[in-house]
Write a protein that binds this ligand. Structure first.
Ligand code: HEG
Length: 147
């Protein structure tokens, strides 16, 4: 069971309440697809992913990035039971989508980079530590049904 201090809860809630999902979601997913090109294999039906500029202007990718970020919203609202919150989503990624669970970490890291770039100096080491803890719990929960 993961324990969250009041300070950590506040940091996570504050980050997500000021987040522009329509901006950050697409940027994080695009970054993942560009930096780790093997992650493109799951989006074969999304049309043109030929290069970085095609990925960044692909409307299906943008829409999916927004959807993923809204998926994280559920963890923010259920911080004390992220594991159960994601059990169905974990089954979906494992059994239906066959997404290699290593990729959850890669996307989480890209999201951290994008949020850090947006927050600038406000993304202090303390904020980063808390955000890292949050995404680690999410990544672990999403990988849960693979074992
Ligand atoms: Mg996944 C679908 C969330 C990582 C590939 N992902 C979804 C959906 C959500 C979601 C909410 C929609 C589920 C539904 O339709 O019921 N994804 C989500 C989160 C994270 C994540 C929160 C990690 C932070 N996903 C992830 C990664 C890949 C991936 C790393 C591949 C590299 N997701 C993927 C694909 C689909 C979803 C291919 C189906 C898309 C579609 O149906 O068009």
């Amino acid at each position: 069971m993961v324990e969250w201090s009041d300070a950590e809860r506040t940091i996570i809630t504050d980050i997500f309440s000021s987040l522009d999902y329509d901006d950050i979601g697409p940027k994080a997913l695009c970054r993942c697809l560009i930096v780790y090109p093997w992650t493109q294999r799951y989006f074969g039906g999304y049309g043109n992913l030929y290069n970085a500029s095609a990925i960044k202007t692909n409307p299906l990718i943008a829409a999916h990035g927004i959807k993923v970020l809204h998926g994280l919203d559920r963890a923010v609202k259920n911080m004390d039971d992220i594991k159960a919150t994601y059990s169905e989503l974990s089954v979906l990624h494992s059994e239906k989508l066959h997404v290699d669970p290593d990729n959850f970490r890669l996307l989480a890291d890209c999201l951290s980079v994008v949020i850090a770039a947006k927050m600038g100096g406000a993304f202090t080491a303390e904020v980063q530590a808390t955000f890292q803890k949050f995404v680690s719990v999410v990544v672990s929960a999403l990988g849960r049904q693979y074992h």
